[in-house]
Design a protein around this ligand. Structure first.
Ligand code: SAH
Length: 225
């Protein structure tokens, strides 16, 4: 099955029509075949305007638009090293890998991490590094990062992650309760933290024992417009 038409239609109707214009973001999405990242029984829905469930509890591949939006909002440069929390399918990591130097991605489920690793290698990206972990301790030995992207929702941004952001770095995280969150951009400038509310969104919860994260709720990663 050739998915090229579906990919092009997705880009035009869901991404460009909603105002995503950055050429590197559009190109990265064009280079990343979304159907390879979704479970076999959902391949026919891979390019639709919606998130899709992954084969683990509370894990989804986000709606294409929200992936594009977050990629643009992260404002990556080509030499950037990025930390992602929530590998899921690996789709967001693969797109970032086309734009920046290295992506370090953490996932709580071994099965998802392994599957994402296989998919990403199969499309020829060798600059993504995987680890199974749900401690919210980040990836200290590889820190500091130019960018951090959290693709699961929390009440507050975990301090351990902010600590692993470079001075001048940017972090994106959906903040709110289990029903709805605000995609929040955090910039670190010396001792100061600037936060900026971007768009409403609904993500699956960032699972952790502490009160940083949402403890329950079964939501989907879909942008709310
Ligand atoms: N970025 C993914 C979508 C992620 S869905 C993609 O492109 O497909 C959110 C993911 O975060 C889920 O896979 C979930 O298992 C994972 N997750 C939740 N809490 C986590 C934690 N504390 N550490 C690492 N991964 C976590």
């Amino acid at each position: 099955m050739d998915y090229t038409n579906q990919l092009e239609t997705m880009l035009k109707q869901q991404i460009m029509a909603r105002g995503i214009t950055h050429p590197r973001v559009l190109d990265a999405m064009y280079q990343t075949p979304r159907h390879l990242f979704v479970p076999d029984d959902l391949k026919s829905e891979a390019y639709l305007d919606q998130p899709l469930s992954l084969p683990e509890n509370q894990a989804t591949i986000s709606q294409p638009y929200i992936v594009a939006y977050m990629t643009e909002a992260l404002q990556c440069q080509s030499l950037d090293r990025v930390l992602e929390i929530g590998t899921g399918s690996g789709y967001q990591a693969a797109i970032l890998a086309n734009i920046c130097k290295e992506v370090y991605t953490l996932e709580r489920y071994y099965t998802l991490s392994l599957n994402a690793q296989r998919t990403i290698l199969s499309i020829g990206n060798h600059n993504v590094f995987f680890r199974v972990d749900d401690s919210l301790e980040g990836w200290k030995t590889k820190s500091p990062f130019d960018r951090i992207i959290v693709t699961a929702a929390a009440y507050t941004a975990p301090q351990t992650l902010i600590d692993q952001l470079k001075d001048g770095g940017t972090m994106l995280i959906p903040l709110g309760d289990s029903r709805i969150q605000t995609l929040t951009r955090i910039r670190k400038k010396g001792d100061k933290i600037q936060t900026e509310n971007l768009i409403p969104c609904v993500f699956v919860p960032l699972i952790h024992h502490s009160n940083h994260s949402l403890k329950s709720g079964s939501s989907e990663s879909i942008a709310v417009e």
